[in-house]
Design a protein around this ligand. Structure first.
Ligand SMILES: Nc1nc2c(ncn2[C@@H]2O[C@H](COP(=O)(O)OP(=O)(O)OP(=O)(O)O)[C@@H](O)[C@H]2O)c(=O)[nH]1
Ligand SMILES: [Mg+2]
Ligand SMILES: [Zn+2]
Length: 352
């Protein structure tokens, strides 16, 4: 981490972060941004530089935990986090393992670069999924297609990506070439925070290194030389670019299962939802229902079978996730009620 200092503005501070802070809060502490999460230390950056701070237990145990990019209030003279400030956006993953634990991986992002390559990695359904997740996270998506130098028909990949969601920019780059990567500059203004997501090997770390001007992230090239043959990209740190933006790299797909509270399917699949308005029945499932305008569009060749199938799939998944979260909440509600009752009984036995 450099010893350079940044103003709050350069760190990405927005007036909204102060919205729920009182005068007493400002007297107790100062705002700082989480730069890195290490196993035993939390590094935050304030206008005086980097400080290593302690995170109290009640903050470690918050729902989805603290993340790189978060704003926190740090106690004056104590290097201790007092509280987490409200987030403008947050990327949440489902942690590895079977318990569906949700974990924040990057907070307060302005732009999410959804990365794929101009080769077999390109998958329209996966891109649609990422777009829905980005919108759910509250972040503006930009599609980046790497390996534009690979000799495939780049224009065709760009055209397919452009069809996915109106208004989402699509950029094709050769991540190994600085001049080509400079196409990302419009999103890298001072104080902006960006992150890269996408499958393993598409070039997220290569891009992150290129725009920060340093080899801050391990890339696959290095990974191959690594004895254990495992890669090490984690989302635990953010780095400045020469233009003053902040960059967060994330590990590839298998490690990164993004989670959404309610994926913004309506925004990504606006065409399908517009068609659905003309279905005969309000609760039409677009699956063999009488008078279905969506399936009529399919037959007429206006709508793509793959796209509709993916819409159905993502909708089913979202419903399952909501169901699971509901059950979890219900479970812990019952558990808490039981624990309370046991405590009360104990107090009564002790005659208090
Ligand atoms: N020719 C070419 N190679 C690229 C390009 N982008 C990335 N690569 C190469 O692809 C390999 C994978 O790149 P990484 O940056 O490690 O990929 P990643 O997305 O960070 O992968 P994970 O960390 O596993 O998720 C490296 O050998 C890069 O040099 C590109 O635009 N063109
Ligand atoms: Mg990587
Ligand atoms: Zn229908």
């Amino acid at each position: 981490m450099s010893s350079e200092t940044f103003s709050l503005h350069q760190l990405g501070w927005q007036p909204e972060y102060a919205q729920h802070l009182t005068l007493a809060d400002f007297e107790a502490g100062y705002p700082a941004r989480v730069m890195a999460l290490h196993r035993h230390a939390l590094l935050v950056m304030c206008s005086r530089g980097v400080v290593s701070v302690v995170l109290p237990h009640q903050l470690i145990d918050t729902d989805e935990g603290i993340a790189v990019g978060d704003w926190v209030l740090v106690e004056h003279e104590a290097d201790r986090v007092l509280r987490l400030l409200d987030r403008q956006s947050v990327l949440v993953r489902i942690a590895a393992g079977g318990d569906h634990q949700r974990q924040s991986i990057a907070a307060n992002l302005d732009v999410l670069f959804v990365v794929s390559s101009c080769n077999d990695d390109f998958n329209a359904s996966r891109l649609e999924r990422y777009l829905a997740l980005a919108l759910d996270a509250g972040v503006t998506p930009v599609i980046v297609l790497t390996k534009a130098d690979s000799g495939h028909d780049v224009a065709a990949y760009v055209a397919s990506a452009e069809q996915l969601m109106p208004g989402v920019p699509v950029v094709a780059v050769n991540a190994l070439d600085g001049a080509s990567v400079s196409q990302l500059e419009p999103w890298l203004a001072s104080g902006r925070t960006v992150a890269f997501v996408g499958s393993s090997g598409v070039g997220k770390s290569t891009l992150a290194n290129r725009i920060t001007g340093e080899a801050t992230q391990r890339t696959s090239g290095i990974r191959e030389a690594d004895a254990r043959g495992r890669h090490t990209t984690t989302a635990r740190e953010m780095f400045p670019t020469p233009s003053g933006a902040w960059v967060i790299d994330t590990p590839g797909m298998r490690e990164l299962r993004l989670a959404a509270a309610k994926p913004e399917l309506g925004a990504v699949f606006g065409d399908i939802e517009a068609l659905a308005a003309a279905c005969r029945f309000r609760d039409c499932q677009h699956d063999g229902d009488v008078g279905c305008a969506v399936e009529a569009a399919l037959l007429a060749g206006v709508l793509d079978t793959r796209r509709l199938a993916n819409y159905h799939k993502l909708r089913r998944e979202a419903l399952r996730v909501q169901q699971a979260r509901h059950e979890q909440r219900e479970h812990s509600r019952q558990f808490n009620a039981m624990a309370k009752q046991a405590m009360r009984a104990k107090r009564e036995r002790l005659g208090r």
